[in-house]
Ligand binder design. Structure first.
Ligand code: PLP
Length: 431
């Protein structure tokens, strides 16, 4: 089987005439896999249908929001009902309080929360708050972690920026970049060195507790605990960017799974239920420094949008009700083990990182614990693998350095079909 994507190719040519690179977010252009993107018509469950009429098994799931897959009935019905009342008011609605209370109930370290419209806004605002609260200017992030595209966070960023080999972006002023220090994930000594060199100057450490933007990396035993101790000892806020891991690593995010309490948490993706939402929250004592009663300014025309709140709130309630985490963990494991077996059969060296419904296949013969390890992965092997799977109707993320997202809608039959196609894809890589 080899699918045709002629209409998508033509649509991409049209899009490029009016949209820079033909897409509204760089990774969608398939540049890292040397192809053209697939244009989507609709989605249902674990599948998307493209404009050529191909039905594809989707492991992007909108890059994480769709933990129940596409067009989940409960979420769809709630949004359809909410839209009858209007789409936005710019004045308070009760659903915002309901949503905030639900987040506080589920995420252990959050006592107060402010809603925004994207993950980028969440991290950007959390850092301003951390700087305002501590009166310090420097921040620390890890090489390979991605926290959205605000100037001070686009330094050694992962995700699209990693694939394109741009450590930071033109347009980021040097004066801003120099306030961002970079450490190495899973290497506490690299943080200690920064704290010694910049004593009493570091406002916050921002980190993906489970990095997903250099491919999936898991925290080594004790690393996050040590970081918590170190930041506390230095009067520095620890910010967990749980935009991916929130409500995915567990219902209470990575912090609940590993039992480590950050000072601030950034959320996005799943809390929007597929609509544009982000949030940041934490200790009330810190959050109360935000305007209007505090001095740190932060705002948004569509923040707390009632449709987005409805989609998000419904998703969180459904997660509580359906409790899908054991089942998702099992599906991820099944996929990982099947992929390992197929790779081994064809003599292709891979290292597969997996946690719950997140997974990355690195084309390398060494374990991947760090940004440097991830970079040993063969992007050419991934390109062949990706292309071969797509030709058989399996849509992986179009970059080596991203997570595959599994949803509750992925059935055994989807996983079996994926493994069958992966057998051919590893064969193609081996040739
Ligand atoms: N933080 C993390 C960990 C992310 O993965 C992303 C996006 O993928 C962001 C922040 C930025 O979120 P958004 O794309 O909604 O601005």
């Amino acid at each position: 089987m080899s699918l045709s994507f002629k209409k998508s190719q033509a649509a991409y040519e049209e899009a490029k005439k009016v949209i820079p690179g033909g897409v509204n977010s760089p990774v969608r252009a398939f540049k890292a896999v040397g192809n053209h993107p697939v244009f989507i018509q609709s989605g249902q469950g674990a599948h998307v249908t493209d404009i050529d009429g191909n039905e594809l098994i989707d492991y992007i799931c909108s890059w994480g929001p769709l933990i129940f897959g596409h067009n989940d009935k409960a979420v769809q019905e709630a949004v359809l009902s909410a839209v009858q009342n209007g789409t936005t008011f710019g004045m308070p609605t009760e659903i915002e309080t309901t949503m905030a209370a639900k987040i506080i109930e589920l995420i252990p370290s959050i006592e107060k929360v402010r809603m925004v419209s994207s993950g980028t806004e969440a991290t950007m605002s959390a850092l301003r708050l951390a700087r305002g609260y501590t009166g310090r200017e420097k921040i620390v992030k890890c090489g390979g972690c991605y926290h959205g595209h605000a100037d001070h966070l686009l330094i050694q960023a992962g995700s699209g920026a990693m694939t394109f080999g741009v450590p930071s972006s033109p347009g980021v002023p040097e004066n801003i970049a120099k306030e961002t220090l970079t450490a190495t994930y899973n290497d506490i000594a690299s943080f200690k060195q920064l704290f010694e060199a910049y004593k009493d100057q570091i406002a916050a450490v921002i980190i993906e507790p489970i990095p997903g933007n250099m491919g999936l990396i898991l925290p080594d035993q004790g690393f996050l605990e040590d970081l918590r101790t170190l930041t506390e000892a230095n009067g520095t806020l620890l910010i967990f960017d749980e935009v991916i891991s929130g409500f995915r690593a567990s219902l209470g995010g990575a912090q609940k799974r590993f039992n480590i309490m950050p000072d601030l948490t950034c959320l996005g993706k799943i809390i929007g239920g597929g609509l544009p939402v982000g949030a940041f929250g934490g200790k009330a004592e810190v959050m109360d420094h935000l305007a209007p009663f505090g001095e740190v300014y932060q705002a948004g025309t569509l923040s707390g949008n009632p449709l987005a709140m409805t989609a998000g709130y419904t998703t969180l309630c459904e997660l509580q009700k359906r409790d899908p985490y054991t089942q998702l963990e099992e599906k991820g494991k099944q996929l990982k083990e099947g992929l390992e077996e197929a790779a081994q059969k064809h003599g292709v060296p891979v290292s597969i990182n997996h946690l719950g419904s997140l997974l990355t296949v690195f084309f390398t013969d060494q374990p991947v614990h760090s940004y440097a390890d991830a970079q040993t992965s063969s992007t050419e092997a991934y390109r062949i693998f990706f292309e071969s799977l797509l030709a058989e109707g399996i849509h992986l993320p179009p970059s080596q350095f991203e997570c595959w997202f599994i949803s509750t809608a992925h059935q055994d039959s989807d996983i079996e079909a994926t493994l069958k196609a992966a057998d051919h894809a590893f064969k193609a890589v081996a040739e």
